[in-house]
Write a protein that binds this ligand. Sequence first.
Ligand code: SF4
Length: 414
Amino acid sequence: MADTLHDGAALDFPVLCGYLGPAMAIELDLSHRAPAAPTGAGPANLLGLGREGLRAAMIAAGVEEKKARMRAGQLWRWMYHYGVGDFSGMTDVAKEMRAKLGEHFYLARPAINAAQASVDGTRKWLVGYGPNVEAECVYIPDVGKAGALCVSSQVGCTLTCTFCHTGTQTLVRNLSAAEIVGQVMIARDALGEWPTSNENRLLTNIVFMGMGEPLYNLDNVVEAIDTIADGDGISISKRRITVSTAGVAPKIPELGKRTGAMLAISLHATNDDLRNELVPINRKYNLKELFDAIRAYPDLSNSKRVTFEYVMLKGVNDTLAEARDLVKLLKHVPAKINLIPFNPWPGAKYECSDWETIEAFAEVLNRAGYASPIRTPRGRDILAACGQLRSESVKERASERLARRLAEKEGSAP
Ligand code: SF4
């Protein structure tokens, strides 16, 4: 169980893109495959909408304006507290109204294109939002209060952090708020956590550390957080929602003002030269600008600390001098540091630091008063490095296409 700082808010969370583990046995478990959302014109999907979106949908469907908020509230509770997937079970909504809703709308989770379960309890889903639009989310038990879901905010990424597998994939598009919320609903379905309970939950924390840079999709991330945190629905407190950025400095204070969520920084280097290489957005917003923005994050205190993620790369960023530089850099910032042993993915140009090196590095931080847990990698027996499952899926489609073309060729051969 991870240690916590305050109300379960802090995370010893060992996740960042490229972290979770190398490819080993691939066990596809499609037992939780959800129906794909219907495409084309016709009824609209309500699932994942925020309160305002739901109210607007009710009005568009002909519900009187003065009743629209009440109707939206009823739907809200059925969708996000009870997790229902159709209108028929909404027993406090009149039958005629249910029929009317069914004419205009439907409730569908995103498709699950692949699911994997690790022996250590880690679970991973490749979530499909349309042809070639797939993102990953990972449930990791025993982090945060009980377990955390790492969600994606974009399909692919525009940033090219050199240690990150997702950084090798081009950006397809931002995910909508509803699509982000859909990831949480899929995880809650699989964990059997409907209706929302305040006790003994398995999913207690959300971390935006999956595919993409959340601050490049801030409006949707803010709306998704509002929906996930709403106490009348999924009800995961904002103090248990952490948003991680590679360092989009101008948006950092805005994130805090608009969400009140916890902040994590994908740091990985203590000087601009090295960070320019590992996290290239540093060329745009260097360490000084980044730390000015972090200090402007609202309400930082010892009970609301910034999490700094530092991936341990052999011979690159792991000397004791760098550990001491890290301590200096974090001065006057309420901080905790997650040291993350690098898990190589195919084609990665880095290796993980030796265990003794990581321990010595952690010791310097501990002596300076920083909690700096080193986490045992999770999900090693599944394709858990962020972006790997999607890459496999893209490869699979390419080889299917090739096989089809070959078959067509053979079929047309004289
Ligand atoms: S910002 Fe993009 S490239 Fe960098 S670690 Fe996150 S997903 Fe990977």
